[in-house]
Design a protein around this ligand. Sequence first.
Ligand code: KIV
Ligand code: ZN
Length: 387
Amino acid sequence: MDNRLFIFDTTLRDGEQVPGCQLNTVEKIQVAKALESLGVDVIEAGFPISSPGDFNSVIEISKAVTWPTICALTRAVQKDIDVAVDALRFAKHKRIHTGIGTSDSHIKYKFNSNREEIIERAVAAVKYARRFVDDVEFYAEDAGRTDNEYLARVVEAVIKAGATVVNIPDTTGYCLPSEYGAKIKYLIDHVDGIDNAIISTHCHNDLGMATANTIAGVLNGARQVEVTINGIGERAGNTALEEIAMIIKSHHEIDIQTNINTQKIYPTSRMVSSLMNMPVQPNKAIVGRNAFAHSSGIHQDGVLKNVQTYEIIDPHDVGIDDNSIVLTARSGRAALKNRLSILGVNLDQEKLDKVYEEFLKLADKKKDINDDDVLVLAGADRSQNHR
Ligand code: KIV
Ligand code: ZN
């Protein structure tokens, strides 16, 4: 099996559906260019029929970005596809992403239809899209809750109709990793012609399992992952790009490569967070404020002796300058000594013990001890040290 994993970023489509996170076209171009330099393979730029603003953004992103494929979302409806084709007219590499709900609840409540008719509509949409573009991705919405036997029939039919990528969304974020992985494996094992298409994951985080499900999909043969920066997206969000990129980079035994320049992860995360006015939770994996901060004495002591004791990722690999040793009431002498030495103050053991006692008293009252506090405790000031 091929060991190249394609990264499909949907920050500007699924991510941008978050209330209050809407971007104007200029901001979307800024994000699209950042995604291009991050190395994503596909940028889902919008859902052109949904609004004139989205239509226009897909046009402008298509002009501004050259390397990645630009993708536009549609329903399995001819008018949607026509509008998407129009919006993609300037894209160097273009993809239509069309699809329909395949779970029993979608078929019954959304479409008041039946399984056979859904397959017909899916096939018709893919064939129609293929009249305009060579690259057509099909999504089986709510595939996570679609029974595998029927899903395999849908997937087989759309590949036969010309789909180049088939997306298996866990739309409601319900699947367990073992279940989602088994679903991908079932499709690989049971769909005739599966080698003619790439299987894609698209996982939501309603139960906090989006990343685990995506990795389970990859381990079972998916070779495209749909992700967003900082994991933004409807409700609890989508799989976070930065988590997948760093899992793949750190776990060599997975033997899969992406095109992501991981050192651009942190700057891209900051840009998306600030443009979308969407703060990143401090303990967010990879890009949260505390992701590389060590605050307890035992950890600080270990990290100061050798970073590998408590760090599995070098912060430079994701574009962060350094880890941080945060001084709190849980910090030990080693961390205090280290901070003082960075500030140019070197104390003998007896003096360090005294300063440490005072430090603990202050740290019990104050959440975060800054450099000035440390210097005052040591009886030094900024003018006396080397910085
Ligand atoms: O979550 C989902 O099912 C989607 C599809 C439209 C791809 O976002
Ligand atoms: Zn989605």
